[in-house]
Design a protein. Structure first.
Length: 440
């Protein structure tokens, strides 16, 4: 039986202070297109703050680099012009395995943590080659994204997701909704799955509200059907009837962009709907600070990290009553929920918020408090360490127990026995700060 990491013996258990974790992910900032890369980035940083040694093997070019203590090792995908995405994914897994063999020693890690099906083959190969336990996080499923499996390619992706879950010693999902989905789809026993939500970086709480003079509705996310950007476009005529100066910003990229632009032209919305493409964190914070309403009308959403970011900045939220979004938002308290794929209903909900400034302020205040209280990355990292401990049969003591991330807001006493969220920017004259690594 081999020794893992740096351990010392106690009467009750072996306590490992610095577990050594290899994470595999198909994206990592700045080379990311969705929420998965940002999840891996912030989880890795938080684990490092708690004393964990984290290495991320991911897509990219160049040399190994350090991201706030996270060792990021890029693997360059083959340049063979594959005929379709599944072939690219298979080639990418070979690149990951080649890089792992070249860069790492077999006894360098205690555990492998894979994120989604795109790294499943490499995870399985390294697990068995190095005789290490595997933990898998399933961020979404193909069945959920496509609302069923309609062709062999989708079926193959779903089978690969099952394969990763089968090989993993523990499976992590980001919501109860996703836990139910993977258990039902892949026949997983309930005691194999742990629910750990996404988190929010402290720097999002530094954003100062500065709403635009005219009503501004914003959407952030990939331009794909399940995220509902096209539903927002269809809802705009209903909004413009009452608020003719309203504007809509769809921040993101995706395969629906061409269809959205055509529909904008058909509805005469070219001067009303704006598509700035992908925005970095600084751009997103500025966008949220100017928004009267942040809208995420998803029909399928495992979690909804963009909604959490909007909540932290104080942008009032309207979300589709689906998946993880329905767990994050408490209707009428931290945001409004609408039926997915219902442009008139969505338009009415947004109009109601635009009419009522007091409601917007109430939702903003409550949402910000919930985001701060319930979705700290440091707390999420501690929960992840508990899963690692289950797998390795050890109890981990974070080396910085009780320490929050740099720049985390503090709770200030209200004098009446309660506490209110005191924003750090308000303590130094309202100046917004960027946290480490936020500008990419």
């Amino acid at each position: 039986m081999k020794f893992c990491g740096f351990c010392h013996q106690t009467k009750r258990a072996v306590v490992q202070l610095k577990p050594r974790v290899l994470m595999l992910a198909w994206e990592y900032p700045p080379e990311h297109v969705g929420g998965l890369g940002r999840h891996v980035c912030h989880l890795g940083r938080a684990l490092v703050r708690l004393g964990t040694q984290v290495t991320v093997l991911t897509r990219g070019a160049g040399k190994t680099w350090s991201d706030e203590g996270v060792r990021v090792v890029p693997a360059l995908p083959y340049c063979l012009n594959p005929p379709e995405f599944l072939t690219w994914a298979a080639q990418f897994n070979v690149s990951l395995m080649e890089c792992a063999v070249k860069e790492f020693a077999p006894d360098e890690f205690d555990l492998i943590h894979g994120h989604d099906w795109l790294v499943a083959y490499a995870c399985r190969a390294l697990k068995h080659s190095w005789d290490l336990p595997l933990v898998a996080t399933i961020h979404a499923t193909e069945h959920g994204r496509q609302k069923g499996l309609h062709n062999p390619g989708q079926g193959h992706i779903s089978e690969t997701e099952w394969f990763l879950c089968y090989e993993a010693w523990r499976v992590i999902t980001c919501s109860q909704y996703m836990r139910s989905e993977v258990c039902n789809l892949f026949g997983l026993p309930g005691d194999k799955v742990r629910v750990i939500p996404n988190g929010i970086s402290p720097t999002w709480f530094f954003v100062k509200r500065k709403p635009d003079p005219d009503p501004l509705v914003v959407f952030v996310g990939r331009l794909v059907p399940e995220k509902g950007p096209h539903v927002l476009v269809e809802a705009m005529p209903f909004i413009l009837r009452e608020f003719p100066k309203a504007n809509l910003v769809l921040a993101g990229k995706g395969p629906m962009e061409g269809d959205i632009r055509r529909r904008m032209y058909e509805l005469g919305l070219n001067s009303v709907v704006h598509l700035p493409g992908h925005l970095d964190d600084r751009g997103l914070k500025d966008l949220y600070s100017r928004a009267h309403v942040a809208c995420f009308p998803s029909s399928y959403e495992p979690f909804g990290i963009v909604a959490l970011e909007a909540m932290a900045t104080g942008a009032p939220c309207v979300v589709g009553n689906a998946g993880g979004l329905a767990e994050i938002i408490e209707g009428g308290r931290t945001g409004l929920k609408v039926r997915p794929n219902d442009p008139p209903g969505l338009g009415e909900a947004i109009r109601g918020l635009l009419r009522d400034e007091d409601l917007r302020d109430d939702l903003s205040r409550s949402a910000r408090e919930v985001a701060y209280t319930d979705y700290s990355w440091d707390d999420i990292a501690r929960s992840t360490l508990e899963v690692y401990g289950e797998v390795l049969g050890k109890r981990f003591l974070p080396s910085t127990t009780g320490k929050r991330a740099v720049g985390t807001p503090v709770a200030a006493s209200t004098g009446d026995g309660g506490a209110e969220l005191e924003l750090p920017g308000e303590r130094n004259g309202g100046t917004e700060r960027e946290g480490p690594g936020e500008t990419r």
